[in-house]
Design a binder for this molecule. Structure first.
Ligand SMILES: C[S@@+](CC[C@H](N)C(=O)[O-])C[C@H]1O[C@@H](n2cnc3c(N)ncnc32)[C@H](O)[C@@H]1O
Length: 216
């Protein structure tokens, strides 16, 4: 069964301190998470001075890449359910001396986006949110004229043998990702919320980047 919000919070409280280290361990199996993050951030096409919201920001592993795009004059808002993950994010922000990053403890399902924003991004988080469809709808409405929404996440790879899928379930389960979530399909919601959506599959189809844009 998919974890409840309380279950996810408890899990991520346990994972928070070592999260960045464990995320790097996936490199051992060729999972180039930093490259996927950079690709997702590039797809937002942000400019200096832009406002960007990250849903399920965790410890802030995307912040450096986002900040490089929006510069000192932009605004970055990180939203997450788990206090301990946000504490790690706050340590990163303080260590780097970033002044334009706001951290908000909230359930994405209840978060009110500031408007207008130039970008909304979520990486490896949206599938964990049962109300992801409503989150994508609200995110898409919050975008300004040139705004884009980018989702980087896991999905069930179509052509993989079941045993390989089960292996990946084993190694992603410590983060609440399991086959119980396979019927959540954020990329489909992106297609219904945006007239322009491009989808790129990575890591043999286990990961995708969906980029949504309006025709404004
Ligand atoms: C796998 S981590 C990903 C963190 C970060 N985005 C990254 O790429 O490293 C999933 C994050 O989603 C957060 N999360 C789960 N459910 C959420 C919800 N309903 N609202 C906001 N954040 C949520 C968790 O607290 C956790 O920090």
């Amino acid at each position: 069964m998919a974890l409840s919000k309380d279950g996810l919070r408890k899990l991520y409280r346990k994972r928070a301190a070592a999260y960045d280290f464990t995320a790097n361990l996936y490199y051992l199996i060729g999972f180039r998470e930093a490259a996927y993050r950079k690709k997702a951030v590039a797809a937002l096409a942000l400019e200096p001075g832009d406002t960007v919201v990250e849903i399920g920001c965790g410890t802030g592993l995307n912040f450096e890449y986002l900040r490089r795009k929006i510069g000192e004059t932009g605004r970055l808002v990180g939203v997450d359910l788990t206090d301990a993950m946000l504490q790690q994010a706050a340590r990163r922000v303080n260590r780097k001396g970033w002044r334009n990053v706001e951290l908000i403890k909230a359930d994405a399902a209840e978060y009110d986006f500031p408007e207008p924003v130039a970008g909304v991004i979520s990486s490896f988080a949206l599938t964990l949110v049962p109300e992801y469809e409503a989150v994508i709808e609200r995110g898409s409405r919050a975008l300004g004229k040139k705004g884009r929404m980018v989702v980087l996440d896991f999905k069930l790879p179509e052509k993989w043998p079941f045993r390989l899928v089960k292996f990946f379930e084993l190694i992603t389960k410590p983060f609440g990702v399991s086959l119980d979530l396979a019927d959540r399909k954020p990329w489909r919601t992106m297609k219904s919320c945006f007239p322009n959506v491009s989808i790129t599959e990575l890591y043999g189809g286990l990961v995708y980047i969906a980029v949504g844009r309006h025709n404004r």
